[in-house]
Write a protein that binds this ligand. Structure first.
Ligand code: NAD
Length: 487
């Protein structure tokens, strides 16, 4: 065991970058800390412009051969990566939980199987990616998806490997090579992914992983002239910096950003279902971009809804995310905890009432919180908290519900609880949101377009939309044999 290997929950994790099929250390490191108890996990190589340039150069060198690799062979290797993820599922789950504090039971049963599925889905989709040829005055039009080139993928900490592979898998399937930069608060599973990909036979340089602070390594990646695509999931302020940096080369961007999504509860809803949907918003300690953090409840049922919500929320068990019985784990980092606490304090100072929660607990834990008496234009209603904090407002008409739902700068998702399908169709048509769930939440299929409107993002990914983003689409027009007329 070298200095560069950590043992995390019994699993060996290399702390160096993965560039051109080799482990590369930086002189400087940053400290990775577990949110579970604040203990130091270890020192991680801290990349700078030097490592960024080396990783992009490796991706550039590997690109022609990978792009020319037959689709079936690319798909075979991606399935082998999925096999490796499944084989190491338990290791990935415990390392991820140690690193970002999300529930181990979710990692085991939902998240890591989904990581493997990301690879399988895009491998299979690649094989059926096609567009029927069509004719123009006897000429044949043939549409092809040409791999775009080296792609920089930058990801956040709230679902590290899930969100990384949601980008890595389609980028690789498309024939692109990749430089992945995981978040500095949760870098470990990206390093394990590099090992798994290498074992699966992914050629050197096709997947590169560089670690470090976005402020130190980010610009060098996003302003690099050899980078052909940038896909980013994270916050709006970072997205602005990346967009400005990418502007130098007009590098196409995919941006998956924040949200302030509503859950609309109509009086005709199954109230128990509505309460279940509302309480589910505390998952991952509320650190979910899609979370419906604004409960908009029809006034005639608001009191009853609130009573049942409080009853249900009081049964949630908060504690160690490794414990199978735990429902809510810690927040990811002391800075995140501070941020959440600041939002709630300012809201209460401005007149909000904490029906439950509204306070920090020991360690990095924040009590699940419901705030009422909040104004529509207040910070707590308009800004993303990214913690276990929900607001509740009431409405009396469908028009008012839609107006409140749409009245933020975001447009990522919306959830409706209603027993009236005609109402659901009417309201859905008027909502600004990339995804609308009716009487359900978080049901996601990789075939569906995913993304946000307004400040929640730019572009859509999923199914063919992912290939559209990661490829240069080409239309080839061929004249019929013997054709002479150029008119
Ligand atoms: P963040 O923007 O602070 O960081 C995200 C990533 O960007 C990290 O890897 C970080 O190192 C990197 N980064 C920071 N500065 C950079 C720069 N100048 N250049 C390049 N990279 C840079 O976001 P976060 O706090 O890690 O994540 C939380 C945010 O992510 C929330 O707003 C949440 O809503 C959003 N999110 C969105 C989705 C979605 O699919 N829409 C999913 C999950 C999270």
């Amino acid at each position: 065991m070298t200095d560069h290997t950590l043992t995390v929950a019994g699993v060996s994790v290399d702390t160096r970058h993965w560039i051109g099929g080799e482990r590369v250390a930086s002189g400087e490191t940053f400290t990775d800390v577990s949110p579970i108890d604040g203990s130091v996990i270890g020192e991680i190589s801290r990349g700078t412009a030097t490592e960024a340039a080396a990783a992009v150069a490796a991706a550039k060198a590997a690109f022609p051969a990978w792009a020319a690799t037959p689709r079936a062979e690319r798909a075979r290797i991606l399935h082998a990566v999925a096999d490796g993820v499944e084989k190491r599922l338990e290791e990935l789950a415990v390392v991820e939980t140690t690193d970002n504090g999300a529930l181990l039971r979710s990692h085991r049963r939902g998240v890591m199987p989904r990581v493997a599925h990301n690879f399988r889905f895009f491998a299979d989709w690649l094989l059926k990616l096609d567009h029927e040829d069509f004719e123009t005055r006897g000429h044949t039009n043939h549409v092809s998806w040409d791999p775009a080139g080296p792609s920089v993928l930058i990801t956040p900490w709230n679902a590290p490997l899930m969100l990384a592979t949601w980008k890595v898998a389609p980028a690789l399937a498309a024939g692109n090579t990749v430089v992945l930069k995981p978040a500095e608060w949760s870098p470990l599973t990206a390093s394990l992914l590099a090992d798994i990909a290498a074992e699966a036979g992914l050629p050197a340089g096709v997947l590169n992983v560089v670690q470090g602070y976005g402020s130190e390594i980010g610009d060098a990646l996003t302003s690099h002239p050899d980078v052909r695509r940038i896909s980013f999931t994270g916050s709006v302020p970072t997205a602005r910096r990346i967009a400005a940096s990418a502007a130098a080369n007009l590098t196409p961007l995919s941006l998956e950003l924040g949200g302030k999504s509503p859950l609309l509860v109509f009086a005709d809803a199954d109230l128990d279902l509505a309460v279940d949907l509302a309480v589910e918003q505390y998952d991952n300690a509320g650190q979910v971009c899609l979370a419906a953090t604004r409960l908009l409840v029809e006034e005639s049922v608001a009191e009853e809804f609130t009573r049942r919500f409080v009853d249900k929320a009081s049964t949630l068990k908060q504690g160690d995310p490794r414990d199978e019985a735990t429902d809510i784990g810690p927040t990811v980092h002391p800075r995140q905890l501070e941020k959440i606490d600041g939002f709630v304090r300012r809201a209460v100072a401005a007149g909000a009432r904490a029906v439950i929660g509204g306070r920090r607990k020991d360690g990095q834990y924040y009590a699940p919180t419901l705030l009422t008496e909040v104004a529509q234009d207040s910070e707590i209603v308009q800004e993303e908290v990214f913690g276990p904090v929900l607001t509740l407002q009431t409405f009396t008409t469908e028009d008012e519900a839609v107006r409140l739902a749409n009245d933020t700068r975001f447009g990522l998702a919306a959830t409706l609880a209603t027993g009236d399908h005609e109402r659901a169709a009417r309201v859905t048509a008027r909502l600004v949101a990339g995804t609308v769930w009716v009487n359900c939440f978080f049901v996601r299929d990789l075939q569906a377009p995913f993304g946000g409107s307004r400040h929640s993002g730019v572009g859509r990914e999923g199914g063919t939309w992912s290939f559209d983003f990661y490829c240069d689409l080409k239309n080839t027009v061929t004249a019929p044999k013997g054709w002479k007329d150029h008119g």
